[in-house]
Design a protein around this ligand. Structure first.
Ligand SMILES: N[C@@H](CCC(=O)N[C@@H](CS)C(=O)NCC(=O)O)C(=O)O
Length: 266
């Protein structure tokens, strides 16, 4: 069986999970422990980042390389168009999603964590004592290591990331006004890259992800609750509903599968 070395909370891993689900390929996820687990990952793949796909003897790091590998090895339910113009647009959009949405979403989310402590603490297991939740500084390092990054971002970096993301979301809404998917009538790699990499802007429901329930369906204020981007979140919810496999057969108790929820500001 295919094995996906991943962090559950990684948006590049989410891009690959969406692709695997769309292609209806059975796979097993192997959760890499940030730090120590990445040493083993390095031994296996020659680099320390997730996602890494293992298919028998084949080891493929990097979400874009994995997408191309899957398309070559498992051509059923294709995600890369064959006509030159569509293929070019699809690959260009994937690269843009990786760079613009992927990198800026990380900054925007960490900015929101810093501004809104209840977003940050939502990532902790429910059993965490209030005292620990309230210790200033105790949470961010946990969160950062969970996300596989030890880097904080300054206010200017967060502000500029938010501006870029607003432009990105506006562009996506404009494209999706006249067609169901980003490259036309069929879902492609561009759709799954955009949907997966926007995970930090609004975390999907826990019926899809094994993350602390408090974080699921929550998102970055200003992006998830702006009516201008509502059509994008609806589109993404529909893509998940149609193609992303649920974790169980039915939503877990208390699952909130209704529309986007912004972080409440205390
Ligand atoms: N270009 C890579 C980016 C992967 C990436 O940034 N992975 C992060 C998690 S979202 C990671 O493994 N970070 C840990 C580290 O850099 O040590 C891809 O598309 O797969």
């Amino acid at each position: 069986m295919l094995e996906l070395y991943q962090f559950e909370a990684s948006h590049y891993s989410e891009k690959v999970r969406l692709l695997l689900d769309y292609k209806q390929l059975p796979y097993q996820t192997i959760e890499v422990t940030p730090g120590l687990g990445q040493i083993d990952l390095y031994r296996m793949s020659g680099q320390r980042q997730v996602p890494v796909l293992k298919d028998g003897d084949e080891v493929v790091p990097d979400s874009s390389a994995i997408a191309r590998y899957l398309e070559r090895k498992y051509p059923e339910r294709p995600v890369i168009p064959v006509t030159p113009k569509e293929k070019g647009l699809c690959l260009m959009m994937e690269a843009w999603a990786d760079e613009s949405i992927g990198l800026n979403a990380r900054k925007a989310m960490i900015g929101a964590f810093n501004q809104h402590p209840n977003f940050r603490t939502a990532l902790l297991p429910i059993s965490t004592p209030d005292l620990v939740k309230n210790v200033v500084g105790a949470v961010p390092s946990d969160v950062l290591s969970l996300l596989g990054t030890g880097v904080g971002f300054g206010a200017d970096a967060v502000k500029s990331a938010m501006e870029i993301l607003r432009q990105d979301l506006e562009s996506l809404c404009l494209i999706l006004e006249t067609q169901p998917y980003l490259c036309g009538d069929q879902p492609t790699l561009a759709d799954f890259a955009v949907a997966g990499l926007s995970m930090y802007l609004k975390f999907p429901s826990e019926i899809y992800l094994d993350l602390p329930v408090g974080i699921c369906n929550k998102g970055v204020p200003g992006l998830v609750d702006d009516p201008a981007f509502e059509s994008f979140w609806l589109w993404r919810d529909q893509l998940y509903g149609n193609f992303r496999k649920m974790r169980g057969n039915k939503p877990s108790a208390g699952a909130n599968v209704t529309g986007p929820v912004a972080i409440g500001i205390d």
